[in-house]
Design a protein around this ligand. Structure first.
Ligand SMILES: Cc1cc2nc3c(=O)[nH]c(=O)nc-3n(C[C@H](O)[C@H](O)[C@H](O)COP(=O)(O)OP(=O)(O)OC[C@H]3O[C@@H](n4cnc5c(N)ncnc54)[C@H](O)[C@@H]3O)c2cc1C
Length: 434
């Protein structure tokens, strides 16, 4: 076993800070040692040390992951929280260097004075590292695509401690960190090309949904043709005995009149009601107030499915899920647009023909069994899944996130860059299946 230098900050169960660092958002952890590197070299040292033990190893950026894999019981956590610098490297090209330990609220605040935005998620407490190595689906996803689609380079510490620049000159590693990053290394910072967006508009849309799902299907058809400035995300839920789709519409357009024109066709749909649009800045969707400590406060069981344009069968299946007696929280997003400009094999996120993402969540005391039963009707219609919206990694979830040739390549590269399986020592089941 290697030894740790005296300069690398550590926290153990007897330290005061342990209470704030032991857990993730969804899961209370009891690691034996938390390492707090402040530089790339210290990340390398931390990872080399962790690899030399037989203990579980967790990598944590924001600690907001659903599976709780950013902590463990009895093992080592490498917490990148101190690597949270966000700097606009080149305002002209929009290239921004973002530390993996930053939260997306911090990123939005740092970019705001430059009128720059990065398509990320929809909650500001989510960490950069976990999201930007897997996908990144949020308020601007139809306009600008996934976060990974804008990553131009990254610094990666491999499980053997080697530091590598992943960019177009290192095609395999660069491919893997854009969708399957956690299998190959620890990304410490990303160079991301931000977009110029001086303002946007936000509104609410409510759609009454019939049991046949006709209204859902009509919404999906509308989204398929809608300008890509428009992203909509919301919940499919029961209101009394009826099912409603309650959505937030974000329009990446500074001109209120142009934005309103983009939403106008929705008013022709029967049973659809919408509020006027309100001008907003990206920081208002991702406010600093989102940031909080992660104390295991939100236990959930979550899964998700990606769909093409909704059909009669898939739309009515979703209504059936919404009506299930377990009452899963169903989040529905329109996700086509710029996401689908990228070739299926260009990154380790292959789902470039999906148009709708549905995430289903249950809260304790209900768990995996009840969720499995509730969402069963949707699987026959699903194209795949987004790995970051699944709380129980397994072979099945791996295959849904990385189907076919993508999965083969992910496994091959995981074996090449992490031959000893250091990064899969957190547990989480046979997700890697190498
Ligand atoms: C309330 C909530 C809202 C969410 N909203 C969105 C959303 O809108 N859009 C979206 O796309 N996702 C969303 N997510 C999912 C989110 O993308 C993942 O949870 C993501 O992993 C969180 O990033 P993190 O850095 O906080 O992860 P952490 O919990 O720190 O890490 C989770 C896992 O990611 C991997 N990982 C973390 N950092 C690195 C790194 N630097 N290098 C390599 N691997 C790493 C590790 O395997 C780690 O175990 C949400 C999750 C929650 C709980």
């Amino acid at each position: 076993m290697t030894t740790l230098s005296s300069t690398l900050a550590t926290v153990t169960p007897t330290d005061k800070a342990y209470r704030l660092l032991r857990s993730t958002y969804t899961t209370v952890g009891s690691p034996s040692l938390i390492l707090l590197p402040r530089s790339v070299d210290e990340v390398s040292e931390a990872l080399t040390y962790a690899a030399s033990t037989d203990l579980p190893v967790s990598i944590r950026s924001g600690g907001h992951g659903l599976s709780g894999s950013a902590s463990n019981d009895g093992g080592i956590v490498v917490d990148l929280g101190a690597l949270n610098t966000v700097s606009v490297t080149d305002p002209a090209t929009g290239i921004v260097r973002v530390g993996a330990g930053a939260r997306w609220s911090q990123v939005a605040s740092a970019l705001s004075p430059h009128e720059l935005v990065i398509s990320s998620g929809d909650h500001g407490n989510v960490g950069v590292g976990g999201l930007a190595t897997a996908g990144g689906i949020g308020w601007l996803v139809r306009s600008y695509g996934l976060t990974i689609d804008h990553v131009r380079a990254a610094t990666v510490v491999l499980p053997n401690g080697e530091v590598v620049r992943a960019d177009a000159a290192e095609p395999d590693l660069f491919w893997a960190i854009r969708g399957a990053g956690s299998y190959v290394g620890v990304v410490t910072d990303f160079d991301i090309e931000a977009e110029h967006l001086p303002g946007l508009q936000v509104g609410q849309v409510m759609i009454e949904v019939d049991d046949a799902g006709t209204a859902l299907r009509r919404w999906s058809e509308y989204m398929a043709e809608a300008p890509r400035e428009l992203t909509m995300s919301g919940i499919l839920t029961m209101s009394g005995s009826r099912v409603v789709l309650a959505m937030t519409a974000v329009v990446a357009e500074a001109d209120p009149r142009a934005a309103a024109a983009m939403l106008a066709p929705l008013s022709n749909h029967r049973g659809t009601y919408r509020s006027p649009l309100t001008p907003a800045r990206y920081t208002e969707l991702m406010p600093p107030g989102h940031i909080h400590a992660n104390l295991g406060q939100q236990a959930t069981t979550t899964t998700n499915a990606l769909f093409g344009r909704l059909t009669e069968a898939s739309a009515s299946a979703l209504v059936e899920v919404a009506r299930h007696r377990a009452r899963p929280l169903l989040q529905v997003r329109g996700i086509g647009g710029a996401v689908n400009d990228i070739a299926t094999d260009a990154t380790a996120y292959p789902h470039r023909d999906a148009e709708v993402l549905v995430t289903a969540t249950l809260f304790p005391p209900l768990g995996g069994r009840e969720l499995g039963e509730a969402v069963a009707p949707m699987w026959p219609h699903a194209l795949g899944a987004y790995r970051n919206f699944d709380s129980s990694p397994s072979s099945a979830t791996f295959d849904r996130a990385f189907p076919g040739a993508t999965g083969e390549r992910v496994r091959e590269l995981a074996n090449r860059y992490d031959p000893d399986g250091v990064l899969s020592r957190t547990g989480g089941g046979p997700e890697r299946k190498c």
